[in-house]
Design a protein around this ligand. Structure first.
Ligand code: HEM
Length: 450
C-alpha cells in the first residue's frame, strides 16, 4: 500500500515559508519528523516539499534513483549565479564530463602534494597566535578558522600567485558574498535579485572582482614556462580521457570559484565546532594531545602521518556528526516516484538533512552525546552508511573530502602541539543553521601556551 506523505498545512499562498526561513528551521524539521514520520510534506508557495529522514530512502535518492532527484532545485539556481556551470552545480552529461576531468586532481596522492601549502599556512597563523597569547587576547576561533581555511585554499590553488592587493580583495569580498548567497538560497526569489537595487549591484561587483583575479591568474599561468604544482595547475593539466580536451578558461573559472566557496567555509565551521567540543570535553582533548605527542612530537605533520592520527580524525568526524557543515541538501523531483511506501510527485522539491540523520535515534545511541568512538572501525561497519552524510553520498559525493579531512587533522594536530584553547567560563556556543551550520556568535577562546 502506497501512502501520501502528510505534514503541516501552513499559511495560505506562502505555506510554511516562515518556518523554513526561520533560524529555528532545523528544530522545525525535527518536529516534523517526530510528528509525521520518516517522510513528511509541507507546502511552499505553489509547490510541495518532502522531507525525507531515513537512510534507506536517502540512499535511493542519492544512488539508484539519482537521475530522478536532480540539482535543478531553485537553491542550486541561486548558487549557480556565483559558481557558474561547475562540478557542483552542473547535471547530466555536462556534470559527468566535468567530474571525470576534475576528480583526479583530488585523488589522495595529488592532495598529498598540497600538504606543505596547508602546513605552511597553519604555521603562519600559529605565529600570529603567539602574539595574541602573549597579550592574553581572547580570539574568535570561528573567525580564525575562516581566515585560515581561506588562506589554505588560496595557497593550494594558486601557490603564491596572488598579489597583496588581491589577497586583500579576496579577504574583503568573500564573507559578504557568502553571507548574501546564504540569504539568497533561503529566500530564493529570483526576480528580487534582478531588481536594480544597491545590494544586487554590490553582489555582482563582488563576483566581478573575484573573476578579474581568477582570469588574470589563468592568463599568467598559461604564459608560465615552469608552473608550480598547485591545484590550479592540476586542473589546467587535466584532459578528458575520451576527447583529450582540457577545461576552457571559463570552465576553469567555475571550478576555481567552486573550490573557493565549497572548500573553505565548510571546513572552517566544522573546525570552529571542534575547538568548542574539545574545550567542553577535556578527557577527549587529553586523548588528542596524547596521540599528537606520540605520532608527531614537535614535528610538522606530513601526509604519511595522516593515517596515524586516527583518534584526531575520529574527533573531527564526530564534530561533523553533531554539526554537519552542510545541514540540509535539496533536490528537485523530476517524475512521479514511489520512495519506500510513499508516493512522491514530480515537480516538487525534496529535502534530506544530514543534521537530522546524524541524530536519528534509530541509528545513533544517545545521539546528543559527543563520542568519537562512534567512528571506531567496528562501530562504523555496523552502521548504515547513509546515516552519516557530512559529505553527501553516491556519485555526487564531495570531491574535496580527502582534502578537507587532511586539512582538519593537520590543523587540530598543529594547534594542539602549541596551544590549549578554552572557552571562557559560562560560554555557550549555539548553532546558526542556514546554508551551513556555524556557531551563531562565534567561538571565543582563551589561548594557553603548552
Ligand atoms: C568539511 C568540509 C566539507 C564538507 C562538509 C563538504 C560537504 C559537501 C557536500 C555535502 C556535498 C554534496 C552536495 C550535494 O550532494 O548536493 C559536497 C559537494 C562538493 N564539494 Fe564539498 N565539502 C567540504 C569540503 C570541500 C572541499 C575542501 C572542496 C574542494 C577543495 C569541496 C568541493 C566540493 C565539490 C566540487 C562538490 C560537488 C561534487 C559533485 O557534485 O560532483 N568540498 N561537499
Amino acid at each position: 500500500m502506497h501512502i501520501e506523505p502528510v505534514g503541516p498545512k501552513g499559511y495560505p499562498f506562502i505555506g510554511s515559508l516562515l518556518d523554513l526561513a526561520s533560524e529555528k528551521r532545523l528544530d522545525w524539521f525535527q518536529s516534523l519528523t517526530q510528528k509525521y514520520g520518516d517522510v513528511s510534506k509541507f507546502s511552499l508557495m505553489k509547490s510541495d516539499v518532502y522531507l525525507v529522514n531515513h537512510p534507506d530512502l536517502v540512499k535511493q535518492i542519492l544512488t539508484k534513483k539519482s537521475s530522478n532527484y536532480t540539482k535543478k532545485s531553485i537553491a542550486f539556481k541561486m548558487v549557480k549565479v556565483v559558481l557558474g556551470e561547475s562540478t557542483f552545480t552542473s547535471m547530466g552529461d555536462t556534470w559527468k564530463r566535468k567530474r571525470r576531468l576534475v576528480q583526479p586532481s583530488f585523488h589522495k596522492e595529488r592532495i598529498a602534494a598540497l600538504s606543505t601549502a596547508i602546513t605552511d599556512t597553519i604555521e603562519d597563523m600559529l605565529a600570529e597566535w603567539e602574539v595574541a597569547c602573549a597579550k592574553k587576547q581572547t580570539l574568535n576561533a570561528a573567525h580564525e578558522m575562516m581566515q585560515l581555511t581561506l588562506k589554505v585554499v588560496v595557497k593550494s590553488l594558486f601557490s603564491t600567485a596572488l598579489s597583496k592587493d588581491e589577497v586583500q580583495t579576496v579577504a574583503n569580498v568573500f564573507t559578504p558574498l557568502l553571507e548574501a548567497t546564504n540569504k539568497r538560497v533561503v529566500f530564493p526569489f529570483q526576480w528580487i535579485y534582478r531588481l536594480p537595487l544597491a545590494r544586487n549591484t554590490t553582489y555582482q561587483k563582488y563576483i566581478d572582482e573575484l573573476d578579474a583575479i581568477i582570469f588574470r591568474i589563468i592568463k599568467d599561468r598559461r604564459a608560465t614556462a615552469q608552473p608550480p604544482n598547485d591545484l590550479l595547475q592540476m586542473l589546467m593539466d587535466a584532459q578528458d580521457e575520451e576527447t583529450g580536451q582540457p577545461l576552457s578558461d571559463e570552465e576553469l573559472r567555475d571550478e576555481v570559484m567552486t573550490v573557493f566557496i565549497a572548500g573553505h567555509e565548510t571546513t572552517a565551521n566544522a573546525m570552529a565546532w571542534l575547538w568548542a567540543m574539545l574545550s567542553q570535553h577535556p578527557e577527549i582533548r587529553e586523548k588528542v594531545e596524547l596521540e599528537v605527542a606520540e605520532v608527531l612530537g614537535k614535528r610538522t605533520p606530513t601526509p604519511a602521518d595522516f593515517p596515524k592520527l586516527e583518534y584526531t580524525l575520529k574527533v573531527f568526524k564526530e564534530t561533523m556528526r553533531l554539526y554537519p557543515p552542510v545541514p540540509v541538501l535539496p533536490r528537485k523531483v523530476e517524475a512521479d516516484d514511489i520512495l519506500g511506501h510513499y508516493k512522491i510527485k514530480g515537480g516538487n522539491s525534496i529535502f534530506f538533512s544530514p543534521y537530522l540523520l546524524h541524530r536519528h535515534p534509530d541509528f545513533w545511541e544517545n545521539p546528543d552525546v559527543f563520542d568519537p568512538h562512534r567512528f571506531d572501525k567496528e562501530a562504523q561497519r555496523k552502521r548504515h552508511t547513509f546515516a552519516y552524510l557530512p559529505f553527501g553520498g553516491g556519485p555526487r559525493i564531495c570531491l574535496g573530502n580527502n582534502f578537507a579531512l587532511m586539512e582538519a587533522v593537520f590543523i587540530t594536530a598543529m594547534v594542539t602541539q602549541r596551544f590549549k584553547l578554552d572557552l571562557p567560563p559560562n560560554t555557550t556556543v549555539e548553532p546558526l543553521v542556514s546554508l551551513t551550520t556555524r556557531p551563531k556568535n562565534g567561538v571565543p577562546v582563551l589561548l594557553e601556551r603548552r
